[in-house]
Ligand binder design. Sequence first.
Ligand code: AMP
Ligand code: ZN
Ligand code: FE
Ligand code: FE
Length: 279
Amino acid sequence: MKIDLHTHTTYSDGRNTPKELIDLAKKNHYDIFAITDHDSISGYLKVNDYAENIGITLIPGAEISTLYNNNDIHILAYFFDIKNQEFLDMLSFIQDSRKNRAKKIIDKLNELGKNITFEEVVELSGKTDLIGRPHIARALVNKGYCNNIQEAFYKYIGNDCPAYYPKLSLNPIEVIDIIKKAGGISVVAHPFQLEDEFVLLELIEMGVQGIEVFYRLHTNEQIKFYGDIADKYNLVKTGGSDYHGDPKGRIVFGDYSAPDSVYENLLKEKEKIDGTNKS
Ligand code: AMP
Ligand code: ZN
Ligand code: FE
Ligand code: FE
């Protein structure tokens, strides 16, 4: 099987529309796929039926932003009930707080003489659910204030930079709990980005159910390291490419696949959850 459980569309900060991404997945022979937009499931909802019709199993997914000790921690959610009100309210809350935060960042940029407007950034975000710093970075590049996205982060909007303003994010423990109550599986995304392994142990303590062991950028050593932790604590191992699209065609889509066991174990975990919720 060919599996990718971590991708982004224009409904967050990806470059491909959901339809384009599913067509790309089909062309590249994926069997099991997940769209995991930041703090939004609108992209998933757009192509849920379409994917099924062309023979791709599309798992409900999202990548939820959380904040812990001032560090961004991304929690992937899979197989949640897409109608669960508490889960949907959580997404709306994060989307609203991201809008307010974008306005604060833009105010700071204006004070620094970088004249971009909230409306321009909304336009660049495709007028969808989610406004992220990558959209603000694109506005800075378009206006000629920066040569590229990296420079925008490095000079202005990266953590601790002059125009940085934090998101009003939820604590991972709240997010893990909401995902669980929605019948979903919570997974620590790209664990190599965590400050250290002790943070990972704290997330396990909070009840996270999986680790993204087979992340595209993980080395074999990291796969072994995080895989051993997952085994030790009986957690699900997932994997994905974190594909965001690439305007210059440098990033190849389709050369990544997680092992078959990832999907099998995720299904087993979901059956376990549904069984427990029934009894
Ligand atoms: P936000 O969720 O709005 O705080 O934006 C965070 C996103 O910005 C991350 O998920 C990355 O995709 C992107 N990002 C963060 N730092 C950088 C950087 N130095 N260069 C390019 N993109 C970055
Ligand atoms: Zn992203
Ligand atoms: Fe992430
Ligand atoms: Fe991601």
